[in-house]
Ligand binder design. Structure first.
Ligand code: NAD
Length: 487
């Protein structure tokens, strides 16, 4: 047992019931993708740890101190966690940077957004109301909202703290105890969040952080009969596996999954602004974003002119160490993931794709030990090519032409995914028509990747079930109860 998030031996412990516990065994390595060096070891939770986490979470959530906490007190606690995130912003940003390789400015922005999410849900917690439902005779009927009890939050590696805040803040605001299982690639921000929450005064056991593999601790947590709800963000295949277990348990799940989002440029668009939007949409975070605009549709009449500008801009992005001044793109988050990207690009070439830029690792000597990959644009692919249909989750853009609005909507919607989309046009009537016909949970018009914590977010089709953020983000973690008084 230890009292910090890192032991002297360098293995990070789990947080269960307010105690720091090093799991037996060597744990697994956290590797810096910018250098290939091991950062530290992370504890891999066993079935006993999962059992202990579920039982301490139930114990904590039943305590009067938590159960009967008044909304303004709970809100004050969430604000103290936000203050703790701000106070530890540099540490948190650095941990994310050395684990997933995002450039420093993105890491600091994501920490700030996590703090803002806790503040937002403090506000929701104080202001959200129960309902008096329409009277039916001599009865007073109310709908009130109650927590599930113990919920599990499972997060991916691309934006760890952002995703963790998006789940933990509303789940706590709703009155639950949470067991957080971060990605094995980015375990540390979650452990730090656990420490910050404890220091802010969150009762022990209300937030537990259980690190480990998805096929180990993750699966055990989802299967556990004491877990009443799972909120998952990650790949569609993992989401489907979780949904199968949930079906057997008849347990509610929220799933935020993958995407293959269409990014559309019409002939009348402000092309310079559109180039910037398309570049940010696919190359920010080295393309490892669920909402990455990875299928580019350009109206045929301007395709040549637009691609020329786009390629020049893509080639100007500096791929470098994530903390290097002026770095526009850091490495891919892991070496295994870079291999996956490389194999997807190879499959695109096999299917007739033409590499318009990138398509390989950078040749700079100082980047040779890291998992770097150049911004890549591929043309000449058929709409049914594997790389056009499947999520690559890397800095790879597939460029396709369209002729008219009907053709555009048919192509854009020809995907099993439906997470996000963007359209650049000067014609607001067209923007409105297209936005209404796109099968996507978010549509951006003359902008891309604008996200607001108060706007519900989630996917159509195989991009997910449920909506995070906004008031609906709190309701995800509650169940309604009807109460009737005879008058
Ligand atoms: P992943 O599905 O491999 O892993 C996500 C998390 O789930 C990890 O913590 C992992 O350990 C765990 N996990 C994996 N299999 C599990 C199982 N069977 N049971 C329980 N837990 C399991 O995803 P990733 O590679 O970490 O992240 C990339 C994916 O996440 C991409 O597909 C991306 O689009 C998606 N994503 C979606 C959103 C969104 O909001 N829709 C946001 C970010 C990332």
């Amino acid at each position: 047992m230890s009292t910090s998030t890192q032991t002297p031996e360098g293995q990070k412990p789990l947080l269960i019931g307010g105690e720091w516990i090093v799991a037996p065994g060597a744990g697994f390595a956290s590797v810096n993708p910018a250098t290939g060096q091991t950062n530290y070891l992370i504890s891999a939770a066993t079935a006993e740890h999962v059992e202990a986490a579920v039982s301490s979470a139930w114990q904590a959530v039943r305590q009067k101190a938590w159960r009967d906490m008044l909304p303004h007190q709970r809100a004050a606690l969430l604000r103290r966690i936000a203050d703790g995130i701000d106070a530890n912003a540099q540490v948190l940003a650095r941990l994310q940077m050395i684990e997933n390789g995002k450039v420093w400015s993105e890491c600091t922005a994501q920490v700030a957004s996590a703090a803002a999410t806790f503040r937002y849900y403090a506000g929701v917690c104080e202001s959200v109301t129960a309902e008096v439902t329409p009277p039916r005779g001599n009865y007073l009927s109310l709908t009130q909202y109650e927590p599930y009890g113990v919920v599990v939050a499972i997060t991916p590696w691309n934006s760890p703290l952002t995703m963790e805040a998006q789940k933990v803040a509303p789940a706590l605001a709703a009155g639950n105890a949470v067991i957080l299982k971060p990605s094995e690639v980015t375990s540390s921000p979650a452990l730090e969040l656990g420490r910050i929450a404890l220091e802010a005064g969150l009762p022990p056991g209300i937030l537990n952080v259980v690190t480990g593999l998805g096929s180990g601790a993750g699966k055990l947590l989802v299967e556990h009969p004491g877990v009443r709800m799972v909120s998952f963000t990650g790949g569609t295949a993992s989401g489907r596996a979780i949904a199968r277990i949930a079906a057997d348990k008849l347990m509610p799940v929220a799933l935020e999954l993958g995407g293959k989002s269409p990014h559309i440029v019409c002939a009348d668009a402000d092309l310079d602004a559109a180039v910037e939007g398309v570049i940010g949409g696919i190359f920010e975070g080295s393309g490892q974003s669920c909402v990455a605009g990875s299928r580019l549709f350009v109206q045929r009449s301007i395709q040549q002119a637009f691609l020329e500008k786009l390629l020049a801009r893509a080639q100007s992005i500096r791929v470098d160490q994530p903390d290097a001044q002026g770095a526009g793109m850091g490495p891919i988050a892991s070496f295994a993931h870079r291999e996956k990207i490389e194999s997807m690009v190879a499959s695109a070439v096999k299917e007739g794709g033409e590499i318009l830029t990138g398509g390989c690792r950078p040749d700079a000597d100082h980047l040779a030990a890291g998992a770097y990959y150049l911004p890549t644009v591929i043309g000449s692919l058929k709409p049914d090519a594997y790389a056009v249909r499947e999520e690559i989750f890397g800095p790879v853009l597939c460029a396709l032409p369209f002729d008219d609005e009907d053709d555009l909507i048919a192509q854009a919607n020809d995907s099993v995914y439906g997470l996000a989309s963007g359209i650049w046009t000067a014609d607001y009537r067209r923007a409105w028509r297209v936005a209404r016909h796109l099968e996507a949970g978010s549509v951006w018009i003359n902008t891309y990747k604008q996200l607001s914590i108060s706007t519900p977010f989630g996917g159509f089709k195989q991009s997910g079930i449920g909506r995070e953020k906004g008031v609906s983000g709190l309701r995800l973690y509650q169940q309604s109860k009807g109460i009737y008084f005879a008058m």
